[in-house]
Design a protein around this ligand. Structure first.
Ligand SMILES: Nc1ncnc2c1ncn2[C@@H]1O[C@H](COP(=O)(O)OP(=O)(O)O)[C@@H](O)[C@H]1O
Ligand SMILES: [Mg+2]
Length: 257
């Protein structure tokens, strides 16, 4: 028991993942402790979404080597819903529309039996859900509305590990602030359910979301592995000045690698 409590929230060891015939991830190692927020950077098509989708358990992402351990449980063979019940949640970059299921019903599912009218009112106030609550999830939602709907579902679920795939993409500045505020309250807020501190893993391309969310550690996914680790804002500055190829060669990254 005591050794389980000391284990990190998430430990990924030597993870290799194939999609179809292609090997996308080739030896990813990552440890996230309770309460930490990590940032995942890397070139387009490098496998960032693949890593998140594999953690969540989306079919088609095949683990060919290595393992993912969450709260001491090896996730191999667990379905998406089992992983969600263990405390893993995701906000997709392009969330699918769900015909016939209203957002309000989706929030009830996400919250299990813990969704109270007060919580819905809070979510509505924080994320301006309004008419979206009684519409089919993401059917005809604008980019900003779809992101706010994703955030509402995550805030209803309150996962211990929240994964965010490019939360700022396709969203205007006003909505980025709203989405970022919701992320911050999820990751750092201690007012709901219990006092445990949640952890996050955020994919960001531009880094804009980090104006609103405090992140502890950044990683660069390059050639199928996490090539380096450092202060997220320093990494983003380095990448925007010199590009990914130079970034992963720099002395700072080598130190952390
Ligand atoms: N469901 C999928 N079906 C086929 N190919 C996929 C799928 N998901 C990812 N890939 C491929 O895996 C590679 C990595 O993609 P992705 O993980 O989306 O990268 P990133 O998020 O870093 O831009 C790409 O070549 C992409 O086409
Ligand atoms: Mg992606």
């Amino acid at each position: 028991m005591s050794s389980e409590q000391a284990a990190p929230l998430l430990r990924i060891e030597d993870l290799h993942v194939s999609v179809g015939e292609r090997d996308i991830l080739r030896g990813v190692d990552l440890t996230i402790e309770e309460g930490e927020t990590h940032v995942l950077l890397g070139p387009n098509g490098g496998g960032k979404s693949t890593l998140l989708n594999t953690i969540v358990g989306i079919p088609g992402y095949r683990v060919t080597q290595g393992r993912i351990v969450f709260k001491g449980v090896d996730l191999a063979g667990l379905e998406i819903d089992e992983r969600a019940r263990l405390g893993i949640g995701i906000a997709f970059q392009r969330p699918p529309a769900v015909r016939g299921v209203r957002l309000r019903q989706m929030l009830e599912v996400a919250a299990r039996s813990e969704l109270t009218p007060d919580t819905v009112a809070d979510l509505d106030e924080t994320l301006s859900l309004g008419h979206m609550l009684d519409r089919d999830v993401n059917m005809g939602f604008s980019g900003g509305e779809a992101k706010r709907s994703e955030m509402a579902q995550l805030l209803a679920q309150m996962p211990d590990l929240a994964l965010f795939d490019e939360p700022e993409s396709g969203v205007d500045l006003d909505n980025i602030a709203v989405v970022g505020g919701a992320m911050n309250s999820l990751l750092k807020g201690e007012e709901r359910i219990s006092e445990r501190r949640r952890a996050g893993l955020i994919i960001t391309h531009t880094g804009h979301i980090l104006e609103f969310v405090n992140a502890d550690v950044g990683h660069v996914l390059y050639n199928g592995r996490l090539a380096c680790k450092g202060n997220p804002l320093d990494l983003i500055e380095e990448i925007s000045s010199h590009g990914y190829d130079k970034c992963v060669e720099c002395a700072l990254c080598q130190t952390f690698a």
